[in-house]
Design a protein around this ligand. Structure first.
Ligand code: NAD
Length: 388
C-alpha cells in the first residue's frame, strides 16, 4: 500500500525537553522577538502553583506579561476571542500556553487570532487559516494531548453542544517546552485519563490506513514508554522517571498522529465529550478496547505487535490469537489505572446512539480507520462501552 503513495512528515515546532526545561523560556521569547507575553493557563493549573512558577521565570528575566486564565476543560470558542481581546488591550505580542490540552488549545488559537482577521469560527476545519499568527510557546502540564506540537485546537461551542477543530500547520506552536517536573502535581485520575489519551493517539495512528514509516516508529516508541510507565505515574505521582516517560510519550504520540489522524475512538470521543461532558482521556480509555476488538481484523499483524509491546505472551499463538491479546492488555491497563466507568455512568442511553453515531461518522478519523464502519457498527461500539 505504501509503495503507491508519497508520504510527508513535517514538524515546525522546536522541542525543548527535560527536568527544569522551563528555564529556557526567556531565551525563546527573546529569539522570537516577543516583548510582552500573554500567559494563558487555567484555574486548576494556577491552583497547583504552576502559573506562579512560570511568572517568576519571566519576572527574573525582566519580561513583562499579562495572565489570561478564563478557561475551563473543553474550552469554549468564545474564550479564544476574549483572550485575543485581552492580548490586544495589554499590548502582548507573544503567547505562552501553560496547562493541559484545554489551556494549550486556547493559547494556540489566541496566537492565530493575533495575526488573522475575523472570528476563530471562520477557521474551523483543516488548512483554512491563511497565515501565521503571533509566536506561541506551549508548555504542557498534563501528559496526554500532545497539543504542544499538534496542528489542532479542539474548541467547544457549549450552547450548541459541539466540539470544533481548527487544524493548520500555522497552529503548531513555535516552541514546545516539556518539563516533567510540572506534571508531578497531577492527581492520579487525571494522570490515568490523560495517559490513556496519549496511548490512544499512538495506537490509533499505528494501526490506521494513513500510517507511514516515520509515524510508525514514533507510535512504537510512545507505546513502549506508556507500557512501562503509565501505571507507575498513576500510583507514584512523584516518580520523576515515570513522569518523564509519560510526558515524552505523549509528545511523541502526537508527533505520530499529527500527519495520520486517528481512528474510531477519537471519532466517537468528540460527540460523546460534547454532549455528555466526559473528560477527553476518560472517554478514549472507555472506547479504546472496544474499538480495538472491532478493528482487529483490519490489521491483525499490527495488533499482534501491540500485544508484544504490552508484554503479553504470544509464543505458539496464531496471529489472530496473538492480536486478541492486545485487547486484553489494554483492558488490564485501563483497570489497573483505575478507569472503571462505562458510558452509561455518564448518562448515555440507547436513545442517544443515533445522534452520536451520525456525528461521529463525519469525523476525518473515520476514513483512516483500519475498518470502515456502518452507522450500526458505531452504535454497537457505544453499546459495548455502555456495559464495560
Ligand atoms: P485539561 O487541559 O482539560 O486539564 C484537566 C484538568 O487538569 C484541569 O482541571 C486542569 O486545571 C488540571 N491540571 C492540568 N495540569 C495540572 C497539573 N500539573 N496539576 C494539577 N492539575 C492540573 O485536560 P487534557 O486532557 O490535557 O486536555 C483535554 C482537551 O484537549 C480537550 O478539550 C480535548 O478535546 C483536547 N485535545 C486536544 C488535542 C490537540 O491535538 N490539540 C488532542 C487531544 C485532545
Amino acid at each position: 500500500m505504501l509503495l503507491n503513495r508519497i508520504f510527508r512528515y513535517e514538524l515546525p515546532t522546536v522541542i525543548e525537553f527535560g527536568n527544569g526545561a522551563i528555564r529556557t523560556l526567556p531565551d525563546h521569547i527573546n529569539r522570537l522577538k516577543g516583548t510582552k507575553v500573554l500567559l494563558v493557563s487555567d484555574p486548576g493549573v494556577q491552583k497547583a502553583g504552576m502559573t506562579d512558577k512560570l511568572a517568576l521565570v519571566l519576572e527574573n528575566s525582566g519580561i513583562p506579561y499579562s495572565i489570561y486564565s478564563d478557561i475551563e476543560p473543553d474550552p469554549d470558542i468564545e474564550g479564544v476571542m476574549r483572550g485575543r481581546d485581552e492580548a490586544l488591550a495589554a499590548g502582548c505580542d507573544c503567547v505562552v500556553g501553560l496547562g493541559g490540552g484545554s489551556a494549550l488549545d486556547t493559547a494556540k488559537a489566541i496566537g492565530l487570532m493575533l495575526g488573522n482577521e475575523g472570528h476563530i469560527r471562520d477557521y474551523v476545519g483543516i488548512n483554512i487559516v491563511p497565515k501565521k499568527g503571533a509566536p506561541v510557546i506551549a508548555i504542557p502540564t498534563t501528559a496526554g494531548t500532545g497539543s504542544e506540537i499538534t496542528i489542532w485546537s479542539v474548541l467547544s461551542d457549549k450552547e450548541a453542544e459541539v466540539k470544533l477543530s481548527v487544524g493548520s500547520p500555522y497552529n503548531c506552536p513555535d516552541v514546545a517546552i516539556g518539563d516533567p517536573e510540572l506534571t508531578t502535581s497531577l492527581p492520579a485520575h487525571i494522570t490515568a485519563a490523560t495517559g490513556m489519551d496519549a496511548l490512544t493517539h499512538a495506537l490509533e495512528s499505528y494501526v490506521n490506513k494513513a500510517t507511514q514509516p516515520i509515524s510508525e516508529a514514533l507510535s512504537i516508541q510512545s507505546m513502549k514508554m506508556i507500557a512501562r510507565s503509565l501505571r507507575t505515574a498513576v500510583v507514584q505521582g512523584d516518580n520523576l522517571e515515570a513522569r518523564y516517560d509519560m510526558l515524552l510519550a505523549s509528545l511523541i504520540a502526537a508527533m505520530a498522529f499529527n500527519p495520520t489522524r486517528l481512528g474510531l475512538s477519537h471519532a466517537l470521543a468528540i460527540p460523546l465529550g460534547a454532549h455528555f461532558h466526559i473528560p477527553h482521556g476518560t472517554v478514549n480509555a472507555i472506547l479504546l478496547p472496544e474499538v480495538m476488538q472491532y478493528n482487529l481484523i483490519g490489521n491483525l499483524g499490527k495488533f499482534k505487535e501491540i500485544a508484544q509491546i504490552f508484554d503479553m505472551p504470544t509464543d505458539g499463538l496464531s496471529t489472530r490469537e496473538a492480536a486478541e491479546k492486545s485487547v486484553m492488555a489494554i483492558r488490564q491497563l485501563k483497570q489497573d489505572v483505575g478507569i472503571t466507568q462505562t458510558l452509561s455512568d455518564f448518562g448515555l442511553t440507547e436513545g442517544d446512539l443515533d445522534l452520536i453515531a451520525k456525528e461521529a461518522m463525519v469525523s476525518g478519523n473515520v476514513p483512516v480507520n483500519p475498518r470502515m464502519p456502518t452507522l450500526e457498527d458505531l452504535k454497537q461500539l457505544c453499546r459495548d462501552a455502555m456495559d464495560r
